[in-house]
Design a protein around this ligand. Sequence first.
Ligand SMILES: [Zn+2]
Ligand SMILES: [Zn+2]
Length: 391
Amino acid sequence: MNPVVTTETDLEEMVATRRDLHAHPELAFEEVRTSGIVTERLKAIGLEPKTGVGKTGVVAMIKGGKPGRTVLLRADMDALPILEENDVPYRSQTAGKMHACGHDCHTSILLNLSRRLKDAAPSLKGDVKLVFQPAEECGGGAEAMIADGVLANPKPDAAFGLHVWQELDLGKVGVTPGPFMAAVDEFTVTLRGKGAHAAQPENGLDPVVALAHVISALQTIASRNIDPLLSVVVSVTQIKAGTAFNIIPETAWMNGTVRMFDDTVWKEMPGRFERIVHGVAEALGCKADITYTRHNRPTINDPAMAEIAHQAAVEIVGEENVVTDLRTMGGEDFSDFLRAVPGCFIAIGSRNAARNLVWGHHHPKFDVDEQSLKIGADVLLRTAQKFLERA
Ligand SMILES: [Zn+2]
Ligand SMILES: [Zn+2]
């Protein structure tokens, strides 16, 4: 297969697809219209897509003309429950739903690459497995597709995916060998004390004060328990308690998240968390009910696969524009693929301050510079080509 550079026509096609998907966002596992479009487009280029893989996921194989290995390319399709604040022609037509993470971009890039890879199939050494995944945003879409066999028949030899990236300027590409994105845990804690008149604390057991101490004590996980060279974040993001200014309530409730990269830290975290919450609560006379949920594992790029993606990125944007130390405490369920198959998750710079495209992921004003679609397509295609050509 000849090195193929994304043309202006390709970019126009990707922008049109992206804007259509952007205007019609669908939440996790509800991507019926989106996966319908994906399926039709794949059929139109002569592929035989398999639908219903992980509920709304779609998978298709491109068989190369020459024998070789199999590379998996993944795009996610879901949107977020956010009311869009952008005043653009392609703004969300569904109030309260928005493509505020850029998954519309990923789907349109992979659709464009599907056609180009199909065109190049006779000269392709090996096969490409195209994966359009639902429910990346805390919905377990990768897990559902894997449970439905996306990593079997054939098992891919490598997996690559990309994400448009608002912390990187347009023209930059991030390829980080090793840990790239964090593990995501969620906790919910209810402290049970004893209600009383606010003027008579001696008659109660105040869960509000106990919760305040628990929240402070949890910060010692990051500051006092963990090796300072290993990053951990504990964020309490919601607290609820009480009904009036003069009543000590019976219960106090909180919810939040823990993020980390290291596997040993990950294994020990629930125990550490529960000891602190139970210990502090008990010292202050309260009982704690804890729900500790593990969402994503850390996204860890295989060094050899990252090297292939790095070389591809250098060919597209030049060595000086490839960032190799990008890391974030955000999470990604592409980690599920990377735990089973070596691969790399690539960040494509999409921020453009000159055009005021500066808002971060999950913000109601999130939008990308669409030139990033061209760079993303080029980098992902070159990465796949390089992997297959090496076999
Ligand atoms: Zn997101
Ligand atoms: Zn995302």
